[in-house]
Each structure stands twice: as C-alpha cells, then as structure tokens.
Design a protein around this ligand. Structure first.
Ligand code: FAD
Length: 464
C-alpha cells in the first residue's frame, strides 16, 4: 500500500481544507471519506443545503409579502417542493464536485471507505492498511439524541436536521424541538413554505448564550414571521404514528404536562462529536468528558503523530472553525507555525434578518467586572436598509471603557453575516472603536450601521 506524510480522516470542511494545505506545503497527502461524496456534514446535509432552502424560501417570502408594495403585482409563485429539493441537490452537487476537483488538483488521494487506526502511523480502509507519518482526525459530528425521542428520517415524522432537508412533503404542522441556530433556520424555511411552526425550547431565550438584546429582537421578528414559541418547556417524549406525532412537554414554571400535535417533529437539540469505529480506545487516545478528542494547543492528541480538528474536538461546531484548525494543524505538521484565534470566531444565523456575533457578549464582560461601553445603532437609521425594506434590527458594538479596544459585537439585520467581518478584522488588528468610526464607509451601504455603532461609542452616531 502507498505510504503518506499525512492521512486525513473525514472530508468535511475541516478535513478537506487540512488536506489541501498539507498538499500545498509539499506533504504527500491522502483523505479518507466514508460518504459517497466529499464535503462532510457541511456540504451534504448542513450549511450548504440549508442555505439553498433558506434562499429559495426567502424569494417566496419576498414575492408573497413585499413585492406588491414595490409595485410588483400579480400572482405569487406556487411551491413545487420536489423542484426546490432538486435545486438544493444541484447546489450540493456543485459544491461536493468542487471539492473533488480540488482534491485532484492538489494530487490528494481519496481513499474511499470508513477508516480505522490500528496503530499510530497506520490507517485501515476496507482491507487495506496505509502507512503514514501523521494522521489528522476530522471525523466531525452527528445530531445528538433526546431522551424519549426516536428519530427516524426515513419515516419522515420525527426527524433530525438531515431528515428535515428531505421531507417528502411540506408539513401542515411542524414542531421544532430546540431554538438554536439549526432549529430556527429550518423552522424559518418551513414557516415560509406555509407550515404552522411551533418551536419548543427548554431555556427562556432563543439561541442560548447569545447577546440578550439580540435574543429578544430575534424572537419578536420570528414571531412576526409566523413562528410560535413555547419557552421554558422540558420535552418529555414524542409519540409518533405513521403520519402524526405528539410532543409532550413539562412547563419548567410548573403545571400539567402539555401536548402539541404535529405532522413532523424536528429534533434540533444539538450535535455531538463523532469518533466511532476509529479504534481510539484501543490506541489510548484521551477524550474529554463531553466525548470530544482531547488535543493540545497544536491540535495534537496524546498519541504522537495523531492530530484532531473540527467538530470532533472542543469549541464551537462551525465549519469555519474546523477549516481554520485544519489549516493550522497542517502548518504544524509541516514544521511551521499554526494559529487559530478562538476569541474571534464569528457565529451567524442565516434567517432573514441575519444574526451575527463575534467576541465577548455584554453580559459576559459585565459578569467579569470589566468596564465596557456599548454603542448601538438601529437599521431604521440606515438609508440602504430602508430602501430594501429591511430596517429591523441593530448593530451593537462593545469596547473597553478605558482603551476603546473593540471586544465584541452582535448584529441583527440585513447582511449581518457579512458585516460582522469588518469587526472581526478590526479585532484581529486590535482596533479601537474610533478606528472603525474614522474609517470612511461607502454610502448607502448596510456597513454604515457598523460605523454608526462605533460613532455611538464616541461623540455620538449621526443618524440616530
Ligand atoms: P464534518 O463536516 O461533520 O465532516 C466529517 C466527515 O468525516 C463526514 O463526512 C463523515 O462521513 C466523515 N467520517 C467520519 N468518520 C469517518 C471514518 N471513520 N472514516 C471515513 N470518514 C469518516 N456551520 C457553519 O459554520 N455555518 C452554517 O451555516 C452551518 N449550518 C449547518 C446546518 C446544519 C443543518 C447542520 C447539521 C450543521 C451546520 N453547520 C454550520 C455546522 C457544520 O456543518 C459543521 O460545523 C462542520 O461540518 C464541521 O466540519 P468537520 O470537518 O469537523 O466535520
């Protein structure tokens, strides 16, 4: 069998990006993937298909709710759900095909099948054992289970996010368990398609851990879009028949058990690291208490020559975090310096409006006793946002009260997922809020709202 400098296990955004960087750095590289296509969770059943459906249903929402007032009159489009899924599949195919092209371009061998590690320096795929100096485990994550709830994506009644991307028809009533990013994105898709969507959440706020102002505004906006929320509800179980389900929950505030009927229940209560079948136990690879592979600051496990990155290790389960770790681990393997700044990893929710955050929250900084100042600017004061009918939401910028250094931001509004990067770059360069405020921003752009929030931290925003 061939022998390699690096074998990467798992071709998600962490794994395939790591493999490319390894190859670029002159290392003989192979990647192992058990799925039929490359790209991992993100490209096959995660980021990309969900964004394709969000995009398609956003167009529908615009046509139904906003076209007429702009003078665009006439029949709204009708939904051909099978065609919409075909569109989503085409988008997936373009992306996974693109990764396959990149593997070939970079002369990375794709070893097809499920890998195990019989010993350090060896990777078994099927009956073949390949020799390698280094192994990068990028085996990702899978949806986590909820006690009392059996997911069956094929039956299509109680599903996880993977099943929700493939429902045979648009349900009349959908219950989403979990008001996190995945639940709200997919809940939005179905609400726009006409489903009655009820989101049941154990905590008292959506997107736990996010800026509180954003949580409140986000929930209100989603309610206006037709989603219903049951907060502080502990789901006890789901009873499913062939076509219907009953979700039972106990209100945390007390009272009797409640039941909600649904045609489809989406269980979106989080994801867990996936390392099954790799043989890590026998190798003595240390794991964290939460089932993640334990690594040091160089993404090395306790077994020399074995690295791990992405969703299977600690940290936010995000594609771009996995990619950054993939590149950094490759640099380390090549004897260079690899670095990821975990303080500046943006998080985005791709609903309309989008929500984006980076750095510390106002609450966390206050709890630390840090002296901070907060600048806020509403999109209602932004000409471009009004021109496109998206004046809801705001930019919140947080800076150190003494040094003016930007410590974090939370944005809810148009293009928030893009706007956040101005702040990320600023934070990487140690920018002060004044640096952003003194930077000329083109008019009329959404990004002027970021500048105005920075101005609000100084002598005051102009348009509020
Ligand atoms: P994965 O993408 O999970 O890839 C791991 C790969 O390893 C899989 O293909 C698996 O088949 C393979 N594998 C595992 N074990 C083996 C083995 N033994 N042998 C061979 N192959 C193996 N993140 C964002 O940043 N933005 C988003 O908008 C976003 N949206 C999402 C929407 C949904 C519905 C979901 C489910 C997730 C979303 N995520 C999003 C999260 C994102 O998909 C993950 O954070 C990201 O895919 C993690 O990358 P990874 O490379 O660590 O692992």
């Amino acid at each position: 069998m061939a022998s390699y400098d690096v074998i990467v296990i798992g071709a998600g955004p962490g794994g395939y990006v790591s493999a490319i960087r390894c190859a670029q750095l002159g290392l003989k590289t192979a990647i192992v993937e058990g799925r039929e296509t490359l790209g991992g969770t993100c490209l096959n059943v995660g980021c990309i298909p969900s964004k394709a459906l969000l995009h398609a249903t956003h167009q529908l929402h615009e046509a139904e709710h906003n076209f007429a007032k702009m003078g665009l009159k006439g029949k709204s489009p009708s939904v051909d759900w099978n065609q919409m899924k075909a569109y989503k599949d085409e988008v997936i195919g373009q992306n996974t095909g693109g990764v396959e092209f990149l593997m070939k371009k970079n002369k990375i061998d794709w070893l097809k099948g499920w890998a195990s590690i019989p010993a350090a320096g060896k990777v078994k795929v099927g009956d073949d054992i390949h020799e390698t100096k280094n192994i990068v485990i990028a085996s990702g994550s899978v949806p986590s289970a909820l006690p009392g709830v059996t997911v069956d994506n094929d039956a299509g009644v109680v599903v996880d996010s993977t099943g929700a991307l493939e429902l045979p028809k648009v349900p009349k009533k959908m219950v989403v368990i979990g008001a996190g990013v995945i639940g709200l994105e997919l809940g939005s898709v179905y609400a726009r398609l006409g489903s009655e969507v009820t989101v049941v959440e154990y905590m008292d706020a959506v997107c736990p851990g996010m800026d509180k102002d954003v949580q409140r505004t986000f929930k209100k906006i989603l309610e206006k879009q037709g989603l219903t929320f049951v907060m502080g509800a502990a789901v006890q179980g789901v009873e499913a028949s062939k076509t219907k389900a009953k979700v039972k929950y106990q209100p945390k505030a007390g009272g009797d058990e409640q039941v909600i009927d649904a045609d489809v229940v989406l269980v979106a209560t989080g994801r867990k690291p996936y390392a099954e079948g790799l043989g890590l136990d026998a190798l003595g690879v240390e794991m964290t208490q939460r089932g993640q592979i334990a690594v040091n600051a160089q993404w090395q496990t306790n077994v020399p020559g074995i690295y791990a990155i992405g969703d299977v290790i600690e940290g936010p389960m995000l594609a771009h975090k996995a990619e950054d770790e993939g590149m950094a681990a490759a640099e380390v393997i090549a004897g260079k310096h690899g670095h990821v700044n975990y303080g500046v990893i943006p998080g985005v929710v791709y609903t309309t409006p989008e929500v984006a955050t980076v750095g510390a929250t106002e609450d966390a900084l206050k709890a630390e006793g840090r002296k901070i100042k907060v600048g806020k600017f509403n999109f209602m004061g932004n000409g471009r946002a009004k021109a496109v009918g998206q004046g809801e939401g705001f930019v919140k910028l947080i800076a150190d009260a003494e040094t003016d250094r930007v410590l974090g931001a939370a944005i809810i509004g148009p293009a928030a997922g893009d706007l956040i990067h101005e702040i990320c770059v600023g934070m990487e360069f140690g920018a002060s809020a004044e640096d952003i405020a003194l930077t000329c921003h083109a008019h009329p752009t959404f990004s002027e709202a970021v500048r105005e929030a920075a101005l609000a931290l100084g002598d005051g925003a102009i348009h509020s």
